[in-house]
Each structure stands twice: as C-alpha cells, then as structure tokens.
Design a protein around this ligand. Structure first.
Ligand code: TRP
Length: 468
C-alpha cells in the first residue's frame, strides 16, 4: 500500500491517497475507514473494495465538533441582516467549534479576528481551494473584522520530499496573488508567508538553514546520534506550533497593539476545510495552559473531485481538478468527463431519473450556483429523468466558466505592488483597532529597536569606510 511519504506534490493538501487508489490496492477486498488528516483525505472502502464517499456526519462525531444547525443559520441572518451565505445554506459550511461564543462576543461588541491560510504546494490553485476563502471573505464583509492569512511555505517544504524551499517560497507569492483576487479588503487584511515573516529580518538566513537542516534530519538519525527517543521533537513535530501561533492576537502587535490586557481578550475565528481541524484541536488543548484563548472554528466540506465524491479536488491530480487558470474550453472538456449520476441509456434515465447525490456536475452547482430556486428546479428535473446528464453538464460548465472568468478579471488587477501592500506588516483599520495612543506606544517600541539596529549598522559602515 502507498504510504503518505510516497505521495507526490501536494502533501498537506489533498487526498494524498485517494479512495480510488486505496480501492485498487486492497486486493483482499478489505474494508477501510475513511481518513481525514491535514496530510491525507480519502473516503473509506466498503467490503467489496468499492470507494465510498466521505461521511461528514461521522467526522463530526469522531472529531467532536458541532453541527451548523438551523439555530446558527438564524443567528447569522439576525446579526447580518441578510440571508446566510449559500455555503452555509447548503450545508457546505457544516461544522464548528465555539462559533456561538464568537457570535455572543460580536453581539456585545467584543472584538474578534479571522484567521485562515493556505499551504502553497504548487503555483496553480484550483476552484476547491477558493471555497474556504470565499467564505472567509463573506465573514470579513459581514462582520467588519480584520483577517490574517497565513501562507505555510515552511510546512509544505518540510512535508514534501520533492519541493525545494525556494519553490515553496515562490508558490507562496504566486498563491498570494490568487488569494487577493478573491476580493479581500486591503485595509483589513494582512497576508504573510512563514519564511518571510517568522524567519524575517536579520534572522532570515539562519531561519532558512534551520528549515533546510530540519528537512534533512530524520528521527532515526537523531535517535542514533543523541540517544533521543520519541519524547524528543524536531521540526515536523514542531510545526503545529507555528500554525497555532497565528490564532493569537498577541502574535501581531502591529495590528492588535501590545497591551496584554486588551490583546489577550481578542478572540479568533478560523474558517477552514475540515482536514485542518487536527492542528487546531491540538491548539485548543494547549492554549489554556498558556493562558491564551482557544480559537473558534468553522469548517467546510471538500469540493468533490471530478472523478467522484469519494475524494476531493487535488492539485497534484490534474484530472481531478478545475484550475483557476483553466480556459473555458478546458473547463468544458473536464466537466464533460466528470463523474455523472445519470443512467446508462436515455430510456433508462427517463425511467429511473438521475442521481444528484453522486452526480459531480450537480454537486458543483450546489457550491457555485447562487439561486436556491434554480438549484431546486434542476434537482427535480434531473431526478425525475426529464433533464439528461448532458444538459446537467452544460449547466455546470456555464456556472464554472462564469466563476473562473470573474476570478480571471479580478486577478488581472492584482499586481506585485498590490501584493506588497497586503503583505506589509502594518496597522489594519477596523472597528475596535487599538487607540491612537496605543498605536504610538507600539510604533515607538518598534522604532527604538530599529534605531538601535541602524546605529550599529552606521557604526560598522563608518569603520569599514575609514579603513578602506
Ligand atoms: N496547513 C494549511 C494547508 O496546508 C495552511 C493553513 C495554515 C491553514 N493555517 C491555516 C488553513 C488556517 C486553514 C486555516 O493548506
């Protein structure tokens, strides 16, 4: 059987190991449980060796999160004065942790911020990647809150045998352009790449070497050399701390100020696909021990692969995905070949009707088609056998083409300068931002550090110049 380390290109992202390949590998027709981790996403395999769809209800039970229920939808409607986003209405945003606490705070005017991210494992993002970001944009607009977007280029580097640090850094900058094109507000959004932000400034070269060295060092080596055991840790073990650190407002004094009394009260809400939950479950376990607030979470399901809903779109499997860079024609071809819930012949289809639950083009409509009425009409027409799968595919093609082409238009406006502004550590503008007095304190602290550094540099330069 394939192991995670044999999986190419996009570890940390997609169905590293798809249910289909699992099915192929299981010659003894053994059943397999579904696997959902940040590094591996696949539905299970039944007793006949057949891949089965991801069971999200089971996942909620196993992870111990809460369902997004009618009461929450009603709260959203009440608080925002608008119908909840279609991803909420359709159950695509399906689970959460402590969302009610965040909404309670919002009601009382207590500040919170949004945090989401992406592991930049390739320079091409697909339409599945945009779902949590689309939802995040809606939350940012609806609640008028600051947003922090983390690009974990170090994570992708550490977890993927084939990618160089340089490539991951380049992917982060490329992906930032696509993410900005979702439409985030530059005044309220800070984007950072780990290798630039965490290992930035004078520590940069040192930081990169830690990453390079860490990737090369196996546990076996460490055990052999130092006599360590599994209670010791090395960077891969340590990375969850990096991803967790972004959940705390105190990590960003230039946004939230540095007064611990106010900063430690600012809550964090993390919209993410459900595979990222393990990182934050662990973070929530540890946060109280550090006197920090647990981040709240809101989870999305995965956009199904073109091959079927047993696995999600994966950038490393180009036939599974519609990329944001695909042309109209490519989209048409790909959806034409997508897994269909239609019957084998026209007669049979008219007699039995299409199966919307497994029909990939229909599933895509539930993600991207705005009108609930239209979606319901399509469902009924297909299930009654009136609408054939060709027409279903044509409808989904049109919708995806419109989505990607609107993205393409926005993407054109995102220049390197626009990205630079988004990625510059700076004061964001939002309702409960630090007072001007507090901003002055934070800036003054930063200025003192830089002035000291400048004095050293001037000194060194002067010495060198008088010597020469
Ligand atoms: N680990 C995520 C990935 O591989 C990237 C990420 C970092 C993230 N922080 C996040 C995703 C917060 C969602 C929410 O894609």
């Amino acid at each position: 059987m394939a192991t995670v380390s044999e999986v190419p290109d996009e570890p940390g992202q997609p169905p590293a190991l798809s249910a289909l390949s699992l099915a192929e590998a299981s010659q003894e027709n053994k059943t397999k449980e579904q696997i959902i981790t940040p590094f591996d996403v696949s539905g299970g395999v039944d007793e006949h060796g057949k891949a089965i769809a991801i069971d999200y209800d089971k996942l909620i039970d196993r992870f111990g999160s809460q369902r997004i229920d009618k009461a929450i939808l009603e709260r959203f409607e009440k608080l925002t004065g608008k119908p909840p986003h279609r991803l909420l209405r359709r159950g695509i945003v399906f689970s959460h942790r402590d969302l009610n606490l965040i909404l309670d705070k919002y009601e009382k005017g207590v500040p919170f911020f949004l945090y989401t991210g992406r592991g930049p494992s390739s320079d091409s993002m697909h339409v599945g990647h945009t779902i949590p970001f689309e939802f995040t944009k809606y939350l940012q607009d609806a609640f008028d809150v600051p947003l922090i977007i983390m690009l974990t280029d170090d994570e992708k580097f550490l977890h993927s045998p084939k990618l160089s640090l340089k490539e991951c850094r380049r992917f982060a900058l490329e992906n930032a352009l696509d993410i900005i094109a979702i439409g985030f507000d530059p005044k309220r959004t800070f984007i950072f790449a780990d290798t630039e932000f965490i290992y930035g400034g004078h520590g940069a070269a040192f930081g990169y070497n830690i990453l390079e060295m860490g990737k090369k060092t196996t546990n076996n080596q460490i055990k052999g050399t130092f006599g360590f055991n599994d209670t010791n840790n090395i960077l891969e073990f340590a990375f969850p701390a990096t991803q967790s650190a972004t959940s705390f407002a105190s990590s960003f004094p230039f946004i939230f100020g540095s007064n611990p009394k106010t900063v430690n009260k600012i809550a964090c809400l993390i919209p993410c696909a459900i595979d990222q939950d393990p990182y934050f479950r662990q973070c929530r376990d540890n946060a109280p021990r550090l006197g920090l607030m647990k981040p709240a979470l809101i989870h999305t399901v995965f956009l199904p692969s073109l091959r079927g809903s047993e696995s999600k779109m994966s950038a490393s499997d180009t036939d599974s995905s519609i990329f944001l860079s695909d042309t109209d024609n490519q989209i048409k071809k790909k959806i034409g070949k997508a897994f269909s819930g239609g019957q084998d012949t026209r007669e049979e289809h008219e007699r039995l009707g299409g199966r919307t639950a497994v029909d990939v083009p229909f599933q895509y409509l539930t993600f991207f088609l705005e009108s609930d009425e239209k979606l319901e009409e399509i469902r009924q027409s297909y299930e009654s056998g009136k609408m054939q799968s060709g027409e279903m595919k044509a409808t989904a093609t049109k919708e995806l083409q419109a989505y990607v082409s609107a993205f393409r238009e926005r993407r054109k406006a995102v220049t390197a300068e626009v990205r630079e502004e988004f990625m510059r550590p700076r004061q964001l503008i939002f309702k409960s931002m630090p007072s001007e007095k507090e901003q002055v304190v934070t800036l003054d602290e930063r200025k003192k550090v830089l002035q000291k550094e400048m004095a050293f540099i001037d000194d060194a330069l002067q010495r060198l110049q008088t010597n020469s």
